[in-house]
Unconditional design. Structure first.
Length: 192
């Protein structure tokens, strides 16, 4: 019996790269889901809901496929950092992260025929070294911060800001690959 097709409900180039590097066959269908946090949602609840919303939306279009949705949030103290709105917002986030430890929360969800059938939340702790204003300005000039939660990418120039990572680097990039693959194997076994 043929395994159900896997669809990644994300336009993230990092998620595509991570899944492809794991040798997984999949296609990409962006969900178009708005990533807006409700006032009552903490980082974990918010990320899990958005990951599920992405997977469910695409799975209604491809009901026989297994659809993977994911969302990554950065939490520094009590503040939840998504993607920056503009340069000033990115600068503010990087100043907040400078010299501090923050938590990167990535949730993933699998859906089939419009229903979430599996979901999980994975966390990593990331410590930034203190950043000089000139470093932040130079990083903003690269354009790298603008499509990333917390305004930095661990796989790019932002890696130079990091002094320690406790947890998976792939989780910080946007997809905890080992967790996703384990859940996918279990799900495929269950579905036959």
């Amino acid at each position: 019996m043929q395994q159900p097709e896997l669809i990644l409900a994300s336009g993230s180039p990092r998620r595509k790269t991570l899944l492809a590097a794991a040798g997984i066959s999949f296609k990409v269908v962006e969900s178009g889901v708005d990533e807006v946090r409700a006032a009552h949602e903490n980082a974990r609840v918010f990320a899990r809901r958005v990951a599920g919303d992405k997977a469910v939306k695409v799975s209604t279009l491809f009901p026989s496929a297994i659809v993977l949705g994911a969302d990554t949030i950065v939490e520094c103290g009590v503040e939840i950092l998504g993607k920056p709105k503009n340069s000033d917002d990115a600068r503010r986030m990087l100043q907040l992260l400078s010299g501090n430890t923050h938590v990167v929360v990535t949730a993933f969800a699998f859906a089939r025929a419009g229903v979430v059938v599996e979901s999980s939340v994975v966390e990593s702790r990331v410590t930034f070294r203190p950043l000089a204003p000139e470093e932040i300005n130079a990083y903003l000039e690269t354009g790298e911060p603008f499509d990333k939660a917390g305004s930095y990418g661990i796989q790019g120039a932002g890696a130079g800001f990091i002094s320690a990572v406790d947890g998976g680097r792939d989780n910080v990039m946007g997809l905890p690959v080992d967790n996703v693959l384990s859940a996918l194997r279990t799900l495929r076994d269950r579905l036959g």
